[in-house]
Design a binder for this molecule. Structure first.
Ligand SMILES: Nc1ncnc2c1ncn2[C@@H]1O[C@H](COP(=O)(O)OP(=O)(O)OP(=O)(O)O)[C@@H](O)[C@H]1O
Length: 610
C-alpha cells in the first residue's frame, strides 16, 4: 500500500543511449564534464558587453540590500528606545523612517530588475544569433550525424535555460552574498556570542548542500541530454508522420516515445526531488538556529547582558541570514542547469565551420561547365572507400547520367562535386580549376539542384521560386514558372503566385513540387545542374511536363542526372555505370547496350518491369 503511494515516483534505472542500464545517479556514469569555469568565462564575455548596465544593477542591489538590513535594525532599536520608554514622537519618526526605507527599496528593486532583464534578453538574443549563424556555417557531415530536433533543442531550450537564469539568478546571487555579509557584520557588532551560535549551522548546511548538489548537477545534465533526445524524436516522427502511418508504426513510435519520456522523467524527477530537499534542509536548520538563539538569548537577557530589542533584531537577522544561504543554494542548482545549457550551446559554437582554409582562392565569376574527376577516392567513415579511383571528364553543356544500384555511390559523387564533402584523394576540376581552391559559396552559385525531395519553405509560391535568385523581378519569376510548365497549375491555385504553401509544400502534389523546384533552378540560371530523378511514380501527364521542363532547363548546361529509370537518360551524352563505388562501364546508351555488360542487364530488367 505504502509502496503504491510512492509508485509514480519510484526511480527505475532506465537504459541510457549507450545501452547501459546504470542509473543516472550512479557515481561512475558521469557525463563528460567540460570545464565549468571556461563556460562561465565565455558567458561572461557575452555579459561584459553590457558592463555599464551591470554596474548599475550591482549598485541597485547594494542599495536594496543595505536598506533591507536597516529595517530590522531600526525596529529592534526602537523597541529599546521608544517602546520600552513609551515615547510616541520617536515611534512616529521610526514609522516615517521605515516608510522611506521601504519606498526606496521598491524603487531599487524595480530598477535592478528592469536593467537585468534587458541585459539577459540582449545576451541570449546575441547567443541565439551566434548559434544560428554558426549552424549555417557548419559542414553537411555535421548535420548528417545529428538529430535535427536535438539541435533545435539547443537553440531553443538550452538558450532559454540560460535566459531565465540570467533574468533571476544574477541579482539573487549578488544580493544574497551582500545580505549575508551585512547580516553577519551587524550580528557580530550586537553580540559575538549569539553570532557564533548562529554560525554553527554553516558547516551542517555545507555538508548537506554538497551532498545534494553533487547529485543535482549530474542529473540536470542528464535531464537536458534526455530532453534533447526526446525533442529530436518528436521532430523526426512529426516530419515523418506519413511514413509512420504508411507502415502502421504508430505503436512502435509511441512505445519508443514512452521509453524516452520515462528516461526524461527518471532524471527530471530525481533532479527536482534532490533540489526540492534544499529548502526543507534549510528550514530545519533555520528552526534549529532560531531555537538556540531564543534559549541562549533569553538566558542572556534574563541575566541582563543584552536587551530585549537585541534579541528581536537577532531573531529577525537569523532568519535573514538563512534566507540568502537558502537562496544561494537554490540558485546554485539553477546556475548549474544554465551552465549545462550554455555548455551545450558552446559545444556547437566550437564545432569547426565548413573550412575555406586554403589561401589564394580562385575568382569564379563565370563558368563554362567543364568538369573533371581525376582518380578521386572518398570515404564517409575512417575505414573502407565509398568511392575509389573515379575518373571522368564532362565537356560544357554535356549531360552525364550516373547509374547504378542503390548505395553504388551516385549521390556521393554529387556530394563531392558540390563540396558538401571533400575528396580524400585525387582532384575535381571545374574549368580546369581545382574546386578545393574555389570558395564553396562561389562554387555553389554556379550549381543548380533539382532533387527528388524538393524542399519548399513556408511562404508564397512566388517566394519559393524566387529562392533561386532573390533579386529576380515578378516577371522573371513568372517566365521561369512558364518555362518549367508550372504556370498553369499555379494559376489554378486560390491565390495564384501569392498562394501560401505550407511548410515543405504539403498542400501541393509531388509532381507540382518538382515543377516549382525546376522553376527555381531556371531562375537561378546555373552553369552546372544536378538532377536527382524522382523515384516516386508521378502521373504520366505530369511526368511529361516534368521531362519537357527538364529538357529546357538542361539545354546548354552541364548536367548530372542521378537516374533511376533508364528510359529517361537514353539521350545523355555519357552514362557512367557505378558499382560499389567504382566505374564499371561508361559510354552512350547505344555503346553501353552493345557492350552487353551490366548496363544491358539493368536495361532489360527495367524493360521487363514496364
Ligand atoms: N552521410 C553518410 N555517412 C556515412 N555513409 C554514407 C553517408 N551517405 C552515404 N553513405 C554510404 O555511402 C554509400 C554510397 O551512398 P550513395 O548515397 O552515394 O549511394 P547512391 O548510389 O546515391 O544510392 P541511392 O541510389 O540509394 O541514392 C552507401 O553505402 C551509403 O550507405
Amino acid at each position: 500500500m505504502l509502496r503504491d503511494l510512492f509508485s509514480p515516483f519510484r526511480y527505475k534505472p532506465i537504459l541510457d543511449n549507450s545501452g547501459s542500464n546504470e542509473s543516472p545517479l550512479s557515481r561512475n556514469k558521469k557525463p563528460k564534464v567540460k570545464n565549468q569555469q571556461q563556460t562561465l568565462k565565455r558567458l561572461w564575455r557575452y555579459l561584459a558587453v553590457h558592463r555599464i548596465h551591470l554596474i548599475l544593477v550591482i549598485a541597485m542591489v547594494i542599495i536594496s540590500s543595505v536598506l533591507s538590513l536597516l529595517g530590522p535594525f531600526l525596529a529592534g532599536k526602537s523597541i529599546d528606545h521608544y517602546i520600552v520608554t513609551k515615547e510616541s514622537k520617536g515611534i512616529l519618526k521610526l514609522l516615517a523612517g521605515l516608510a522611506v526605507i521601504y519606498l526606496f527599496t521598491s524603487v531599487t528593486l524595480f530598477l535592478q530588475n528592469y536593467w537585468m532583464v534587458g541585459i539577459a534578453q540582449n545576451t541570449v538574443s546575441k547567443m541565439r544569433n551566434d548559434l544560428f549563424n554558426h549552424l549555417h556555417k557548419l559542414p553537411i557531415p555535421f548535420f548528417d550525424k545529428r538529430q535535427h530536433g536535438e539541435l533545435m533543442s539547443r537553440v531553443t531550450n538550452d538558450i532559454e535555460n540560460v535566459s531565465s537564469t540570467l533574468n533571476s539568478s544574477v541579482i539573487q546571487v549578488i544580493s544574497s552574498i551582500l545580505i549575508l555579509i551585512g547580516t553577519i557584520s551587524v550580528m557580530l557588532y550586537l553580540s559575538p556570542l549569539l553570532t557564533l551560535l548562529t554560525l554553527i549551522i554553516i558547516p551542517l548546511m555545507y555538508t548537506g548542500m554538497k551532498w545534494i548538489t553533487k547529485r543535482t548537477g549530474r542529473l540536470f545534465k542528464i535531464q537536458q541530454r534526455n530532453l534533447g533526445d526526446l525533442n529530436g524524436f518528436i521532430e523526426e516522427t512529426i516530419s515523418g508522420q506519413r511514413i509512420v502511418k504508411t507502415f502502421s508504426q504508430e505503436k512502435k513510435v509511441i512505445d519508443e516515445f514512452i521509453s524516452k519520456n520515462s528516461k526524461l522523467k527518471g532524471a527530471g524527477f530525481w533532479a527536482s526531488a534532490y533540489s526540492g530537499f534544499i529548502p526543507k534542509l534549510m528550514n530545519g536548520l533555520n528552526n534549529l538556529s532560531f531555537t538556540v538563539i531564543a534559549a541562549v538569548g533569553g538566558w542572556l537577557a534574563y541575566k541582563g547582558h543584552i536587551s530585549i530589542g537585541t534579541i528581536v533584531i537577532f531573531a529577525e537577522y537569523s532568519r535573514q541570514f538563512t534566507r540568502p544561504l537558502n537562496d544561494l543554494a537554490n540558485q546554485f542548482n539553477t546556475v548549474l542547469s544554465a551552465i549545462a545549457g550554455a555548455e551545450r550551446v558552446f559545444d556547437i559554437l566550437d564545432e569547426e565551420e565548413e573550412a575555406n582554409d586554403e589561401k589564394n582562392m580562385y575568382d569564379f565569376p563565370y563558368v563554362d561547365g567543364r568538369v573533371e574527376f581525376c582518380e578521386v577516392s572518398f570515404s564517409y567513415e575512417e575505414e573502407g572507400k565509398t568511392i575509389s579511383d573515379i575518373s571522368f571528364a564532362v565537356s560544357p553543356g554535356e549531360t552525364v547520367a550516373l547509374v547504378g544500384a542503390t548505395g553504388a555511390g551516385k549521390t556521393t559523387i554529387i556530394n563531392l562535386l558540390s563540396r558538401f564533402y571533400d575528396a580524400d584523394e585525387g582532384s575535381i576540376l571545374i574549368d580546369g580549376k581545382e574546386i578545393k581552391k574555389i570558395k564553396r559559396e562561389d562554387l555553389r552559385k554556379h550549381m543548380g539542384f533539382v532533387l527528388q525531395d524538393s524542399y519548399l519553405f513556408q511562404g508564397t509560391i512566388r517566394e519559393n521560386i524566387r529562392y533561386g535568385r532573390l533579386e529576380a523581378s515578378d516577371e522573371e519569376v513568372e517566365r521561369a514558372a512558364k518555362l518549367a510548365n508550372a504556370h498553369s497549375f499555379i494559376m489554378k491555385t486560390p491565390g495564384q503566385y501569392d498562394t501560401v504553401l505550407k511548410q515543405d509544400g504539403s498542400g501541393i502534389s509531388q509532381g507540382q513540387k518538382q515543377l516549382l523546384s525546376i522553376a527555381r533552378a531556371i531562375l537561378a540560371d546555373p552553369s552546372i545542374l544536378i538532377l536527382d530523378e524522382a523515384t516516386s511514380s508521378i502521373d504520366t501527364i505530369t511526368e511529361l511536363k516534368i521531362q519537357e521542363a527538364l529538357q529546357r532547363l538542361m539545354e546548354g548546361r552541364t548536367s548530372f542526372v542521378i537516374a533511376h529509370r533508364l528510359n529517361t537518360i537514353q539521350k545523355a551524352d555519357q552514362i557512367i555505370v557505378l558499382s560499389d563505388g567504382q566505374i564499371i562501364e561508361r559510354g552512350s546508351h547505344h555503346e553501353l547496350l552493345s557492350q552487353k555488360g551490366y548496363y544491358l542487364g539493368l536495361f532489360n530488367s527495367q524493360l521487363r518491369k514496364i
